[in-house]
Ligand binder design. Structure first.
Ligand SMILES: *[C@@H]1O[C@H](CO)[C@@H](O)[C@H](O)[C@H]1NC(C)=O
Ligand SMILES: *[C@@H]1O[C@H](CO)[C@@H](O)[C@H](O)[C@H]1NC(C)=O
Ligand SMILES: *[C@@H]1O[C@H](CO)[C@@H](O)[C@H](O)[C@H]1NC(C)=O
Ligand SMILES: *[C@@H]1O[C@H](CO)[C@@H](O)[C@H](O)[C@H]1NC(C)=O
Ligand SMILES: *[C@@H]1O[C@H](CO)[C@@H](O)[C@H](O)[C@H]1NC(C)=O
Length: 406
């Protein structure tokens, strides 16, 4: 069963390399993790490292406009720290089997109500939490994935999520492939419900700072410029970030307008509407914008324009995100508190100016994904993209992160 699924998924993802006549024994060319437990892959002008914990990207290296190599993702120097870290920031991994929040830790499929493990918004009456975030207290990004395939330019992780784990119905088998090309980082995620109908929603929860956390003018990411050309609407949320069911317009010039023109992340931070924009008492962004493009007719997500773009004038690094997903979450690291350390590859030579830690607003999380908590909003009509069953279509997410330097 497993191996046939593996070959189905591998075919789907095109991870099976053509394997032309290789004179060397297969083992000779297989790259190994480095002394820090990281799996490095390489493309043209780009290198990246990954760890099995959460199938996370730990390092992403690009040269800036001055030719200086910048490591633009948050992470740890050593693979072992990912398991040990108590803060658990969902550090560049794959939250699963259902990313983001599930209202009241419950959902219904075919008239059956399921209760999943809560882990978010803990209160005295609900010590475990009021809702479920990123798949529960032992969601996918708290576990080690298996390295299923590994070449010099690509790595595939797999996970088997058992029936009943965290309260979810049925087994899910998933493959995550990351590959590097010419200044590109592509990923493909596929997941299959093997035994029961179940919700599935994945993403990559990457924390970025396009200055490599080394900007000598500011250690914040608020001067990064952001553009969401298809996102005239967003999901309305309550004060604990649970969708209310409403879809809101992002009026031109308002704090959540990143569609009418590219705008610096911090440009609306003086607008009173930024207060409570990311939940009660929260100033900043932690929002789910819709990607509305199907109404213009069929489109090819690989060619017909990015869904999101982020750039920094300081480093000159620009990231254009192409994806088949129809929502986009952006988070301004509102809960970073200056305790997360930089990696050795990051920070200023003269450490006197800024501490070697990441402050509030010092990073940005970018997530291509489906409409959040749509399993509890049936009127949105997203169930074919959120609920999967044995013998049905697999869950598929594809994205291409394309870099350039100005
Ligand atoms: C670094 O990671 C490797 C592999 O995960 C581990 O064996 C080693 O002890 C770690 N070293 C430190 C200093 O944490
Ligand atoms: C929350 O879920 C429980 C079942 O676990 C249910 O009894 C309760 O009515 C739900 N509350 C709300 C507000 O939906
Ligand atoms: C993940 O693997 C590492 C290296 O083998 C190990 O130290 C760690 O305990 C594992 N973590 C989990 C959550 O299984
Ligand atoms: C892997 O890619 C790097 C960077 O392009 C290159 O230096 C190295 O020789 C490659 N290794 C193999 C085994 O092809
Ligand atoms: C950086 O952002 C701040 C706050 O939004 C703004 O006042 C400042 O002009 C920006 N600096 C640059 C160089 O764009």
């Amino acid at each position: 069963m497993r191996s046939s699924l593996l070959s189905i998924a591998a075919l789907l993802l095109g991870v099976v390399s053509a394997a032309p006549a290789d004179p060397k024994p297969a083992t000779a060319a297989v790259p190994k993790p480095d002394a820090d437990g990281k799996y490095w892959i390489h493309g043209k002008g780009i290198s990246a490292a990954f760890v099995p914990y959460g199938a996370s990207i730990s390092d992403l290296l690009i040269k800036d406009k001055n030719g200086v190599v910048r490591d633009i993702v948050m992470g740890f120097d050593n693979a072992t720290h990912y398991t040990l870290d108590k803060a658990h920031a969902h550090l560049n991994g794959v939250p699963g089997r259902y990313a983001n929040r599930i209202k009241n830790s419950t959902f219904e499929i075919d008239g059956v109500r399921y209760k999943v493990a809560a882990n978010d918004n803990k209160t005295p009456e609900h010590p475990q939490g009021l809702n479920t975030l990123h798949g529960g207290p032992d969601g996918w990004d708290w576990r080690n994935f298996t390295v299923s395939a590994y070449t010099n330019s690509s790595i595939t992780f797999s996970i088997v999520d058992p029936d009943g784990k965290e309260g979810f119905p049925g087994e899910v088998v998933s493959f995550i492939t990351y590959s590097l090309g010419d200044m590109t980082w592509d990923f493909k995620m596929v997941a299959i419900a093997t035994t029961k109908k179940t919700p599935i929603m994945l993403t990559n929860h990457g924390y970025f700072n396009l200055d490599g956390f080394s900007n000598d003018q500011t250690n914040l990411a608020l001067n990064h410029t952001f553009h969401l050309p298809y996102s005239g609407q967003r999901v309305d949320v309550d004060d604990i970030l649970i969708p209310t069911g409403d879809i809101l317009a992002n009026k031109k010039g308002s704090v959540n307008d990143f569609w009418s023109k590219p705008k610096q992340i911090g440009a609306s931070f003086n607008d009173p509407e930024i207060i409570n924009n990311c939940g009660g008492g929260c100033v900043g962004y932690d929002n789910c914008w819709l990607v509305n493009r199907a109404q213009n007719g069929p489109y090819d997500w690989r060619k017909d324009g990015y869904v999101a773009s982020l750039s920094s004038a300081w480093s000159g690094i620009k990231l254009d995100i192409y994806s088949d997903q129809e929502a986009f979450q952006m988070y301004t690291c509102n809960f970073q508190d200056g305790t997360m350390p930089l990696k050795k590859s990051q920070g200023l030579k003269d450490n006197a100016k800024f501490p070697r830690t990441i402050p509030k607003y010092g990073c940005l999380v970018l997530e291509v994904q489906e409409w959040i908590d749509a399993i509890n909003q049936p009127q949105w009509g997203r169930s074919s993209k959120q609920i999967f069953e044995p013998g049905g279509d697999p869950y598929v997410l594809q994205a291409s992160y394309r870099f350039s330097v100005a």
